[in-house]
Ligand binder design. Structure first.
Ligand SMILES: C[S@@+](CC[C@H](N)C(=O)[O-])C[C@H]1O[C@@H](n2cnc3c(N)ncnc32)[C@H](O)[C@@H]1O
Length: 191
């Protein structure tokens, strides 16, 4: 697969064919769901945005925590599948790197999540600046990603490097990492 600087890993032109051919991704296990619950806390009907929601599993977890959730994905097949899995939740086709944030259902979100997405974002500065603009004061940006573990040999295509993970976590006032395994991490980031 392409590296982060390769524009081919961006947008529906890259992701839609993968969904259509039946590609699926790592499921959320109990430890990850528990880390999410501990770091985000109860939703109390506050808005949450799941960027790159895929089939909607994380969006549904946020809903269970009490958040008013919207899942967005640039790939129409992923959104159709998410709607089928969770007909009561709000899913939209929306490319977070390109589309107008004013089209989102709220001007700001208490929680913004992004699971197995950030590695593939080509313009990370723009992506992170959009996240910051949409987070409420005291809100949380939740990122789940593979990070290269040198003990497991060369990096996998889906790994962030340790340096990329460091860059992701700089310039946030609160950084709370959870190492689910040596190569699978969650970060709760607060502006
Ligand atoms: C590896 S999949 C992960 C899906 C889901 N988050 C999960 O954990 O199963 C990455 C998803 O992010 C979506 N995606 C990538 N870039 C995006 C963007 N700029 N805006 C919206 N969705 C995006 C892709 O279409 C794909 O569904």
């Amino acid at each position: 697969m392409s590296g982060p600087a390769d524009p081919q890993s961006a947008g529906a032109a890259y992701w839609e064919p993968l969904w259509q051919e039946g590609r699926r991704y790592r499921t959320i296990d109990a430890a990850e769901a528990d880390a999410l619950r501990r770091r985000l806390g109860p939703g109390r009907d506050r808005p949450a945005l799941d960027i790159g929601c895929g089939e909607g599993a994380l969006t549904a977890q946020l809903h269970r925590l009490g958040y008013r959730t919207t899942g967005i994905d640039c790939a129409p097949t992923a959104v159709a599948s998410a709607r089928g899995n969770h007909p009561d939740l709000d899913f939209r086709v929306h490319d977070f790197g390109i589309d107008d944030p004013a089209l989102l259902p709220h001007p700001a979100f208490t929680a913004i999540t992004c699971r197995l997405v950030f590695r593939w974002v080509t313009d990370r500065d723009t992506f992170l600046s959009r996240v910051r603009d949409l987070l409420t004061p005291g809100g949380t940006f939740w990122v789940v990603t593979s990070v290269h573990d040198p003990a497991q040999g060369p990096p996998k295509p889906w790994d962030l490097s340790a340096e990329e993970a460091d860059r992701l976590t700089t310039a946030w006032s609160g950084v709370h990492p959870t190492e689910l395994t040596p190569s699978f991490h969650c970060y709760a980031l607060r502006p």
